[in-house]
Every structure is written in C-alpha cells, then in structure tokens.
Ligand binder design. Structure first.
Ligand SMILES: Cc1cc2nc3c(=O)[nH]c(=O)nc-3n(C[C@H](O)[C@H](O)[C@H](O)COP(=O)(O)OP(=O)(O)OC[C@H]3O[C@@H](n4cnc5c(N)ncnc54)[C@H](O)[C@@H]3O)c2cc1C
Ligand code: SF4
Ligand code: SF4
Length: 403
C-alpha cells in the first residue's frame, strides 16, 4: 500500500506529474498528496518525491497471490550497430530458455520492448518464440536510461503480473534489473548460468558462488515475479521459425523529462567496438603463460590466420596486456564459440565458468597437470612458444595450397 506522510508532504506536485497512471493528486484545499484507486504500486512517485513523504509497505506474498502471477517476460534489450537498431543476441538466447521455462509452467512468453522506432524488431522476437510483445515507444526511450526504462518496465510488471522476468546480464541489464527489484521490492538473482522449474513451480536460478567454487541454486519464494539476470552466451539461440507470429500490445508511455535524472552529453564508442568475444565463432584465448606483452603479436597472428578473435584470462587484463572487454570468465564475459583455444591458461574455476559452453576446447600448456586439460577436448602438453609459430606456419602453408 502507498502511504503519504502528511507531515512531510509539501504539496510540490512532483508525484502527480511523474505518476504514469494518474493515481496520485495534490488536493488543492489541503495542498497534500492523496492516492487514488488504481495505484499499481510501481514506485515511480516514491522515487521522485524530494521530501521522502511517500512509502510503499509490502507484505510477504500468499499462495493465493502467487497464483495470480502468470507468464514469462523478457526485457527486449537492443543496441545500435552502425546506426541500425538491432536486438541483442542475449535476448534471443533468453527467448529459447524462456520458452522452455514457460512450457514447464504451462504459461506464455512475452517481451517488453521499450525504445523509439523499435517496431521493426518485433517479427524477429516472434520468430524466436515470443507470443506477445509489449511495445513501449516514446521519444525519451531513444537511449537507455535507468530512470526511463525502470519506470516503463516496472509499470508493466505491476499491471501484467508476470511470474518470471529475465534480463540479459549485460552492462545495462545489470543496471536495470536491480533498480526494478529495488523499486518493486522483489528478489533478484544476478548472473545466472542455469534456469529450471522445480516441482513446486518455482524458478530454480543457478549461478556460481563463492568465487565460482560452488554452483548455488537460488529460489525467490516470498516475492513475485521471480527475476534473474542471465549471462550472455550461456543458452543457445533457438532456431528461428519465420512462420511464427504473435500479438503486439502497444503500451501508452507516459514519461516526462522530469522523470529522467540523467542526460546524455556525449557518446564515446567503447574500447571493444568491433571486438565482441561473445559473438565470436573461434576464440584464441591467451593466459599468463604467453610470458610477455610482445608475445601477444604471435597470438594475434594465430587468430588472424584462422579467422579467430583474441581473448584472454584475467591475468592478462590485470597485467594491462588486453582490455577488460576481452576477458573470459566470472568477472569477464561468458563465451560459447565453436572452437576455443586456451593458450598458457591454467584453468582456474573463475576462467572455466566463462568458457565451458564452447563446442570444442583446445588447450596448450606445458604443465601436464593443468586443470584446463580437464575441460579440453584436445590437449597438447608443450611450450606455446614452440607450438604456435609452427601451427601458424602449417596453416599458412595449407591455405596457400588451396589458393
Ligand atoms: C573473484 C574472482 C574473479 C575472477 N575472475 C576471473 C575471470 O573472469 N577470468 C579469469 O581468467 N580469471 C579470473 N580470476 C582469476 C583466476 O583465479 C586466475 O588467477 C586466472 O584465471 C589465472 O590466469 P592464467 O591461467 O592466465 O594464469 P596462471 O594461473 O598463472 O596460468 C598460467 C599457465 O600457463 C602455463 N604456461 C606457462 N608458460 C607456458 C608456456 N611457455 N607454454 C605453455 N604453457 C605455459 C602454466 O603452466 C600455467 O598453467 C578471478 C579470480 C577471482 C578471485
Ligand atoms: S512529491 Fe512528495 S512532497 Fe511533493 S506533493 Fe508528492 S508526496 Fe508531497
Ligand atoms: S506508486 Fe506508481 S501508480 Fe501508484 S501513485 Fe505512485 S506513481 Fe502512481
């Protein structure tokens, strides 16, 4: 229930202006805010009130209330690539897993799609499994902002009452999901690598814990919806079915500039612009075993001859030899290439959690007991400084024969 502390309220009307549902007004006679019927408890006004005069009291959810929450929702995150708006790969991956979860619950799958000029993304969402798309277009959603996207998504969650909401564990997903969880007083499991439904119809959210040394299975028994962020590259993308369609629900967005406290002053391309290890088909990953920064040239040459992309362990990022966006692992990115070369990487658990979804792993290490060999499909015990130049020479030679 939304409470107004009349002693604190100064009648400034900010709550009235930001409420997307028109369910709070300042009474002219008393100059105090009053909550009307229809308040969805979305929390937008609580956040905006400069006097902290508003609060929402939430109680633990009962079995009867839990039964009212239905359907699996996914945040339809998009990105601008070369001036074009494209849906992020992780959304398609989540559609595959989300469908599996929705089928187990006997519920449907929906995508919340906030943005400006994003209608063209809808068919792709249907083809990958969405039954419904909530299209929320507005001028102020042209760029991601924590406030704008939180207000829109929290409102939809409050009115539609999904049982599960999934977000990609991307930089923006990691910003948005906790904000919504805070706004709606929900549980949130971050960085999941597994999702399933148990016999009590609860979402079992699996994620590495204690530095990756155990895999924890987490439930959210007291709140609905159950919310998780999921690492990109963990689940496979479903095969698109271009004949599949669905229902588009246009949502009226009532955002005001005052609701968004941040402003974009300048856009600076990120240092991984052009290098996306999450989408690479072949990764040539280097570890401390390469010995020096200069030897990275050899790794880059190897990647070039086999059309691969260079990535690395955290050791190389800590040494400043490669940028963080190229780090594989628990505190880096989760990757799932067709072929993963681990060159001079010992195989610490924090590295393994980021690459064991690869189709095939080739490890080269001079220590025959290195843990990386436990997850390798092909292992070579030896010195990378001898093996890689030879490998490059042979590939070049073979390529020339074909030409
Ligand atoms: C909270 C936390 C989060 C972390 N997150 C990550 C993460 O996201 N990603 C990550 O990678 N790590 C992460 N780490 C660090 C991780 O624990 C390891 O320290 C790191 O992965 C080690 O990197 P490495 O394998 O390159 O180096 P090392 O462990 O030093 O291994 C180097 C390997 O190279 C081999 N070698 C040496 N010379 C040669 C040669 N000439 N030829 C062949 N082999 C050779 C050695 O035998 C050795 O196995 C994290 C740690 C913590 C605590
Ligand atoms: S924003 Fe806060 S102080 Fe202002 S009218 Fe609303 S409740 Fe009162
Ligand atoms: S909680 Fe949301 S719906 Fe309720 S009055 Fe505040 S802004 Fe409006």
């Amino acid at each position: 229930m939304l409470e107004v502390d009349l002693d604190l309220c100064i009648g400034c009307k900010i709550c009235e202006r930001v409420c997307p549902f028109g369910t709070i007004v300042v009474v002219p006679e008393t100059k105090k805010a009053k909550v009307l019927d229809g308040c969805t408890l979305c929390g937008t006004c609580v956040n905006a009130c400069p006097e902290n005069a508003l609060s929402i009291e939430r109680k633990a959810i009962s079995e009867e209330e839990i039964a009212q929450f239905k359907n699996v929702f996914i945040w339809g995150e998009w990105e601008r690539k070369g001036g074009e708006i494209k849906i992020k790969n992780v959304v398609l991956e989540l559609l595959g897993k989300g469908k599996d979860v929705a089928n187990k619950l006997g519920e449907s799958l929906a995508v919340i799609l906030p943005g400006k000029d994003v209608k063209h993304l809808i068919p792709e969402l249907f083809h990958h499994g969405a039954d419904t798309v909530y299209l929320c277009e507005h001028e102020l959603l042209d760029h991601y902002s924590t406030d704008g996207f939180t207000n829109v998504i929290a409102s939809i969650i409050s009115t539609e009452k999904p049982s599960v909401v999934l977000y990609g564990a991307t930089p923006n997903g990691r910003d948005l999901a906790p904000r919504i969880a805070g706004r709606l007083a929900l549980g949130l499991t971050a960085d999941c690598t597994g999702l399933d439904i148990n016999s009590s119809r609860q979402l079992v959210q699996t994620r590495p814990a204690f530095g990756g040394n155990i895999m924890a299975s987490i439930l959210s028994p007291y709140t609905r919806p159950q919310m998780s962020t999921v690492r990109p590259g963990v689940f496979p993308k479903p095969k698109p079915d271009t004949s599949k369609t669905g229902k588009t629900q246009e949502v009226e967005v009532n955002l005001k500039p005052i609701s968004i406290r941040t402003k974009i002053i300048e856009e600076i391309p990120s240092e991984d612009e052009g290098i996306n290890i999450e989408e690479a088909n072949i990764l040539v990953s280097a570890g401390r075993g390469i010995g020096s920064k200069e030897n990275l040239e050899m790794i880059q040459e190897m990647a070039k001859v086999i059309n691969g992309t260079v990535s690395g362990s955290r050791a190389l990022v800590d040494l400043g030899w490669i940028p963080h966006p190229q780090q594989v692992g628990q505190s880096g990115k989760t990757v799932a290439p067709t072929l993963y070369f681990a060159l001079g990487i010992s195989g610490a658990i924090q590295h393994l959690v980021g690459m064991t979804s690869s189709d095939a792993v080739v490890a080269i290490n001079k220590d025959p007991n290195a843990t990386i060999f436990d997850v390798a499909d092909f292992g070579i015990v030896g010195d990378i400084m001898e093996i890689i130049p030879e490998f490059i020479r042979i590939v070049k030679e073979e390529k020339e024969k074909v030409l």
